[in-house]
Every structure is written in C-alpha cells, then in structure tokens.
Design a protein around this ligand. Structure first.
Ligand SMILES: Nc1ncnc2c1ncn2[C@@H]1O[C@H](COP(=O)(O)OP(=O)(O)OP(=O)(O)O)[C@@H](O)[C@H]1O
Ligand SMILES: [Mg+2]
Length: 260
C-alpha cells in the first residue's frame, strides 16, 4: 500500500477562526477514502488546502513523499492530483468531448510552451487519445458530441469526473461527486470509483450518505469543527456512538462527554 497524498498538522483559519484544525490525513493508492462530517465541518476547506486552492497557515502537504506545501493547483495537477468541486465546473456550451479535451490539453502543456504549441504538437495527439479512452471508460462515447448544457445532472457528474481523469491523476479528490444522482446512478458511480481504485488510483471523496460510505469506503475520516475526530474502516467508525453524536447530534439525547 503506498501513500500518494499526505497532510501533517494542516491548519487553516478564516478571520481567526480555525476551520481546519491540525489535520493529519493520508490517501492510499488503490483505496477509497471518504470524508464525512456535518455541514460546515471543514471538508471542502480541507480539499482546498490539499489541492492548493487555498494557502495553508500551518502544516505540510506531501505528494508521493515530496513536500508540495504551497504549490499551485496547476502544479499539483501536473504531478497527478486531480480535484472536482462541489459545484459543477463543466463548460455548458462545450460538447462532452470538448470539455474533456480542454482538460487533457491544459494538463499536457508545460510552462513557456503553453499557447505556443500548434496542431502538430504530440501533446495534442496524446490529449485526443486520452479523451477517447476516458469517454469509453465512463460510458460517455455515445454522447461525445452532445453539448453539456442539455445533459441531466447525473451525466454532468460523469463529465466532471472525466475532466479530472484526463489529467491521468494518481489521486482524485471528489467533493460530493454523487450529489444530484438518483439511486441507480449513485450505485453505478460507486462501482466506477471501485474500478478506478482497482487501477491503483487513490480516490478521496466527501460523501454525506452514510449507507453508501459504509458500502464503498476502505477508510473513513470523520471531521467535526475542523478536526478529524475518528479514522478507520467504516465498520469500526460509523457505528461508534461518539461519531453518531457528531454526525446526528441533534437527534441524540446523550451528551457527547458521556459517550464511551
Ligand atoms: N473563504 C472563506 N472565508 C471565510 N469562511 C469560510 C471560507 N470558506 C469556508 N468558510 C467557512 O468555513 C467553514 C467550513 O466550510 P466548508 O465549506 O469547508 O465546510 P464543509 O464541511 O465542506 O460543509 P458542507 O458539508 O456544507 O459542504 C464554514 O463555517 C464556512 O462558512
Ligand atoms: Mg463542502
């Protein structure tokens, strides 16, 4: 088992309030790691810190053992870290295929060659090949030429995942990727995540549906008020009364300090 992404003592404040509070985290190749926690727990902020979207106040981020603290999202993406957002980042006016092509080409370009490279660029040919492979892998080939604007939300979620995969990542950070999907789509989506993990990707996602988490996760992190309050296999973590209290606090009478 190898760690792709790791954070040690990661902290982030907004207006002097600690939103991510000394978090230790690691994502392993071939595993599905799920982050759960109540609204406002700091899950998206943790993703923002791990993916370079937000600067961190303390701690370190390591990617395949190298210190990448403070690296830009672009630089991290070129190293193999892909991220999707809670809100869709698909371009509605582009076709499915062009949405993926833009992602693949952005990923393929480097430094000063960006924008200078012409049609003969082998990177562009590689991008076309990557797009074709990802479309097939996600079952999107038949709608490659359809504009994203007319697609249902379930399909848009796949397009978004496809854009992330076009960077040929080793680590995927997916922020509530199944939101807006119906039950059958969610089931299919999770099977897809298992296939990706089986290819040795480290899949990390935020998910609210605990039944799904129980079925899908290899490892669960429970966050509350910026802190990781429990980590482990779902069977060990999700049934704990202290964890239940944090996830469903308003439904449980017993005060936290009396939990075992
Ligand atoms: N840019 C920002 N400036 C100030 N406060 C912020 C900023 N981003 C997030 N926060 C605050 O940080 C806290 C955690 O937000 P975050 O979006 O990380 O939570 P979350 O666990 O992803 O919640 P949800 O389940 O609702 O998506 C919230 O109180 C939010 O208002
Ligand atoms: Mg969030």
């Amino acid at each position: 088992m190898s760690t792709t992404l790791q954070a040690l003592g990661l902290s982030k404040s907004y207006n002097d309030v600690l939103i991510v509070d000394h978090v230790d985290f690691s994502a392993e190749a071939g595993r599905i790691t799920v982050i759960v926690g109540p609204n406002g727990a700091g899950k998206t902020t943790l993703f923002n810190c791990l993916s370079g979207v937000e600067p961190i106040d303390a701690g370190v981020v390591l990617h395949r053992g190298d210190d990448v603290t403070g690296w830009s999202p672009d630089a991290l993406s070129r190293r193999g870290l892909a991220r999707t957002f809670q809100r869709s980042s698909v371009f509605p006016t582009l076709t499915v295929s062009d949405n993926l092509r833009v992602a693949a080409e952005n990923h393929g370009r480097r430094g000063i060659l960006r924008g200078v490279v012409g049609m003969r660029d082998p990177g562009r040919r590689r991008a076309v090949r990557t797009v074709r492979t990802v479309l097939a892998e996600l079952g999107l080939s038949a709608i490659a030429d359809v504009r994203a604007a007319v697609l249902p939300s379930g399909t848009l979620r796949l397009v978004e995942l496809g854009r992330a995969l076009c960077g040929q990542p080793d680590t995927l950070l997916l922020d509530e990727p199944a939101s807006g999907l119906d039950d059958a789509e969610t089931e299919e989506f999770h099977q897809l995540l298992h296939r990706l993990a089986a290819r040795e990707l480290a899949v990390v996602m935020v998910e609210h549906d605990l039944e799904l988490v129980d079925e899908t996760a290899d490892v669960v992190y429970v966050m509350d008020a910026g802190r990781v309050v429990a980590v482990g296999p779902p069977g060990d973590v999700l049934g704990r009364s202290d964890v239940q209290a944090r996830l469903f606090g308003h439904l449980i009478d017993r005060p936290l300090d009396q939990a075992p």
